[in-house]
Design a protein around this ligand. Structure first.
Ligand code: ADP
Ligand code: ADP
Length: 226
């Protein structure tokens, strides 16, 4: 069964009596362990699509299935990585990484073990007790990635996670994500503006139409991975 299945998903936003169609009967399937990028101009509905998969936004019509179950809100098998990092500023790096585990009432000793592992994976072992505003943007996004991975999700939903970073940091994080994906074989839906990034990371690239809410084309990336 696919990890994610969207069938004829429609989403309208109405503000002050004006309705915008953000998604117009979008259908998309993401396989288990597949890395799919969504690319397209601003306003074409990428974030809305990602939030619908995460259950943060509800579709007006159509089917949204994750692991064969209708999505009714966020769930433990999915984790979201934000462009703006969205770290809790009054918590340390370690506390941010452990946050999802704390919510799930994982005991402290076990949380510590998990945060140690992910601190190491993202190269921030020495920064466990720092606060987010004491770190560079790239380091903050590493914390965001570690926080998402710490709950061991099968599905990672990433909304332009590297868009705010300089080119060098972006390349480092792209390589890290590639290794993490290779090791964990998670299903990933990755929103980006950057075609090179999409080609480097993805199995398939979904190109959204400039007309809001439509898929223009789906490209299979069958280049051998570097
Ligand atoms: P993208 O991520 O591709 O930039 P979005 O999903 O953010 O696109 O937006 C798709 C369309 O829906 C845009 O026209 C946007 O203005 C509109 N939209 C998105 N979120 C809201 C909202 N909360 N309220 C009203 N309109 C919205
Ligand atoms: P990243 O690629 O994670 O964004 P940067 O390129 O910003 O990292 O910084 C390069 C290196 O400089 C980091 O790996 C880190 O060792 C160090 N560094 C960056 N910001 C800080 C900071 N606020 N305090 C201490 N060391 C830092």
């Amino acid at each position: 069964a696919p990890a994610i299945e969207l069938v004829d998903v429609v989403k309208d936003y109405t503000v002050d009596g004006v309705t915008t169609r953000a998604l117009d009967r979008v259908s998309l399937t993401v396989g288990e362990s597949e890395f799919v990028s969504l690319i397209g101009p601003s306003g074409c509905g990428k974030t809305t699509l990602l939030k619908i998969i995460d259950g943060l936004v509800t579709a007006d019509s159509g089917a949204v299935l994750v692991q064969d179950r209708e999505v009714a809100g966020p769930g433990p098998e999915r984790a979201f990585v934000f462009q703006s990092f969205a770290l809790l500023p009054w918590r340390t790096v370690r506390e941010n990484i452990e946050f999802g585990l704390q919510v799930r009432r994982v005991p402290a000793a076990q949380r510590r073990e998990v945060s140690d592992r992910y601190l190491e994976m993202v190269g921030l072992t020495g920064f466990a007790d720092r606060y987010p505003d004491q770190l560079s943007g790239g380091m903050q996004q590493r914390v965001g990635l570690a926080r998402a991975l710490a709950v061991d999700p099968q599905i990672l939903l990433m909304d332009e996670p590297f868009g705010a970073l300089d080119a060098q940091t972006r390349h480092l994080l792209q390589s890290d994500l590639e290794s993490i994906w290779e090791a964990g074989k998670k299903s990933v839906v990755f929103v980006t503006h950057d075609m090179d990034e999409a080609v480097f990371l993805s199995d398939r690239i979904v190109i959204m139409s400039p007309r809001p809410g439509e898929i223009h084309e789906i490209i299979d990336v069958d280049l051998p991975r570097p």
